[in-house]
Design a protein around this ligand. Structure first.
Ligand code: NDP
Ligand code: MG
Length: 383
């Protein structure tokens, strides 16, 4: 069980819920990081008294340093300081709850220090899954997933000593806010429509990814990397109620699933207490009042980002970094209301097609693919 945590991205949706769990479990907090949410960072620092707070935005860091003058908390600015926060000796677990590829280097820094990684930042595994998993194997750092589907699989695999017993992982998918629409209807959807998720309240980037089903595509890649399985062994089913969080099918035909009310504090808590479980104040699932559980096939025609991510997974190498970088940039443009819903798919596909795949890439090659993919998207949208 964890005693002291550092949170990368403490002011976001996962970061704030992690602090809730930390309070419930009585965990100490060593470092917090945010981009520019100064007020929230100040409030968190006063409450949890970390030794370090990093703001990647330099002006925000200067502002926070003034606000926290009367405390013992040190404040640093800039993206490089994220690595310092991630490697801080006092923490035994680092919760990676920043959004996007910016989480990669600090995750590697925490792995080098053999910290437990409570991994929410899926973009890291999508872009550099092999590098991250190899580094963790070398250093002995545990990676405990926080993403609800991967936490469900991780929980189902407790007691499974041999990964070769797995026939298939089945990731469940809520279908997002545009479930049931055809391409014409989905094409009219705006930022406002996309930000209404039926079952979860999350940061804006992942909420848009849920609407395009890119999120599920990223999660397929995340699962492939975490459990070192090929694409044929990772399936997706639509499950509107978000109660069955995912399933594992074994070769003997047994299928294990993890169920629970949709609340991210459950997988966050498990990543803290693993391999133990601690009593939680959350309402448990009541099967007698929960809605009927239904399952269906995803609609890859209306939501082509899922198939695009699967294609990147098959291509391997830097293809996933290109997919992710292009998608991050396209979602940024969609959130700025500069492009439409299907432009996210078209621009990401263009960037992927334009970039050659480098097999077994180094960190530099991954960062380069990410940079180039973003550049293609930002140029193409103006063309
Ligand atoms: P949010 O947008 O709510 O929070 C993001 C956090 O990262 C904030 O603390 C933000 O700081 C910080 N941040 C943003 N940009 C940068 C940057 N360039 N450099 C450093 N820090 C930055 O995201 P979520 O909490 O929703 O998601 C976080 C991660 O967890 C994502 O990878 C997501 O896919 C994953 N995840 C989220 C789930 C959820 O339920 N929310 C479920 C499963 C996975 P600031 O507040 O200052 O902007
Ligand atoms: Mg998920």
């Amino acid at each position: 069980m964890t005693n002291t945590i550092s949170i990368l991205g403490s002011t976001g949706s996962i970061g704030r819920q992690t602090l809730d769990v930390a309070k419930q479990l009585g965990l100490r907090v060593a470092a917090l990081t945010a981009n520019s949410s100064v007020e929230r960072a100040e409030e968190q620092a006063r409450k949890f008294r970390p030794c370090l707070v990093v703001m990647t935005d330099e002006a925000a860091a200067r502002d926070l340093a003034v606000r926290l003058r009367d405390t013992e908390t040190r404040v640093l600015g800039g993206a490089a300081a994220l690595e310092e926060a991630a490697a801080l000796p006092a923490a035994d677990t680092v919760v990676t709850a920043v959004v996007g590829m910016v989480g990669l280097k600090p995750t590697l820094a925490a792995i080098d220090e053999k910290k437990r990684i409570a991994l929410a930042n899926k973009e890291t595994l999508v872009c550099a899954g092999e590098l991250v998993m190899d580094a963790a194997e070398r250093s002995g750092a545990e990676i405990v997933p926080v993403d609800s589907e991967h936490s469900a699989i991780f929980q189902c695999l407790q007691g499974c000593g041999n990964r070769r017993e797995i026939r298939r992982l089945i990731l469940t998918c809520s279908g997002g806010p545009f479930y049931g629409m055809n391409t014409e209807e989905a094409g009219r959807m705006t930022k406002k429509d996309a930000l209404k998720h039926p079952n979860w309240t999350m940061g804006p980037k992942i909420t848009v990814d849920c609407a395009t089903l890119m999120n599920k595509g990223l999660e397929v890649i995340e699962a492939m990397r975490l459990y070192r399985l090929p694409l044929e062994r990772v399936d997706v089913v639509i499950h509107r109620q978000s109660i069955v969080h995912s399933l594992v099918e074994f070769w003997d035909g047994a299928v294990l699933a993890q169920l629970g009310t949709p609340d991210m504090r459950l997988p966050i808590r498990y990543a803290m207490t693993y391999p133990e479980r601690a009593e939680s104040p959350l309402e448990p699932l009541d099967l007698l009042v929960c809605p009927p559980l239904t399952f269906s096939k995803p609609d890859r025609r209306t939501f082509p980002c899922l198939a695009l991510a699967e294609e990147a997974a098959v291509r391997g190498g830097t293809a996933c970094a290109a997919l992710n970088g292009a998608n991050e940039e396209a979602v940024r443009l969609f959130l700025a209301e500069k492009i439409g819903f299907y432009d996210i798919f078209h621009l990401t596909r263009k960037a992927m097609a334009a970039l050659p795949v480098v097999e077994h890439p180094t960190l530099e090659e991954i960062l380069e693919a990410d940079r180039e993919a973003r550049e293609i998207v930002s140029k193409e949208h103006l063309a």
